[in-house]
Design a protein around this ligand. Structure first.
Ligand SMILES: Nc1nc2c(ncn2[C@@H]2O[C@H](COP(=O)(O)OP(=O)(O)OP(=O)(O)O)[C@@H](O)[C@H]2O)c(=O)[nH]1
Ligand SMILES: [Mg+2]
Length: 197
């Protein structure tokens, strides 16, 4: 299936309007959102990945065929270096969260990082309407055993906080681990067209 860049939104009023199912990638700056999206879409540089943290300040939309849309949300948590960036981030993401066609929130977190207040705040917000799909990125940085331990620990923590988690999957864009499983899960959102007789 052909993937393509659709548009970018810097302000809530620029969010595109359509009925296609949409999957949102959200996570800290540098958690690997754009790199993962390139892997999901099977394209090398479609969703540009930045070397400067906090580089993607817009919501970038990508389409897979005419069937599924992916939204690469701007990363958060880029400290005080860029305060006006954070001021832009909130209204844009808040506006985004009200979109009715979002069918999956992928919450990305670097597998080596602990959740901090801002992560919990966001996860709480996201899991209000949809059961959360947690992606533990950069799994190549840990051994298999350490990855599994992280899944258990974070699952327990989420449960304790009453966050509804649908799945928690370690992935590595670098080693292409977990990508196929993730793609299968996500592509299941593609609407089935009933054959007409
Ligand atoms: N080891 C390893 N590094 C990764 C992996 N995925 C991404 N990275 C690196 O992590 C850094 C950040 O990746 P991005 O994809 O730009 O992260 P982002 O979440 O889109 O960042 P923002 O756009 O700033 O929010 C880059 O240097 C990537 O090369 C992975 O699976 N393994
Ligand atoms: Mg990015």
């Amino acid at each position: 299936m052909e993937s393509r860049y659709i548009t970018s939104a810097l302000k809530p009023e620029q969010l595109p309007d359509y009925d296609l199912p949409e999957i949102a990638l959200i996570g800290r700056s540098n958690s690997g959102k754009s790199t993962l999206l390139n892997n999901i879409l099977g394209r090398n540089k479609l969703a540009r990945k930045g070397s400067t943290p906090g580089q993607t300040q817009m919501i970038n939309f990508f389409g897979l065929g005419e069937q599924l849309v992916f939204a690469d949300l701007p990363g958060y948590g880029f400290s005080a270096i860029n305060k006006n960036v954070a001021e832009q981030w909130e209204p844009l993401v808040e506006g985004y969260l009200r979109r009715p066609n979002v069918c999956e929130f992928l919450f990305l977190i670097d597998i080596r990082r602990e959740m901090v207040d801002v992560d919990w705040f966001l996860v709480d917000l996201l899991a209000r309407n949809l059961s959360l799909y947690v992606v533990l990125t950069k799994s190549d940085k840990l051994s298999r055993q350490a990855q599994q331990q992280r899944v258990w620990d974070l699952t327990a923590e989420m449960k304790k906080r009453g966050i509804d988690v649908k799945k928690m999957l370690p992935v590595s864009s670098l080693k292409k681990e977990g990508i196929e499983e993730l793609r299968e899960d996500l592509f299941a959102h593609i609407p089935k067209i009933e054959p007409k007789i």
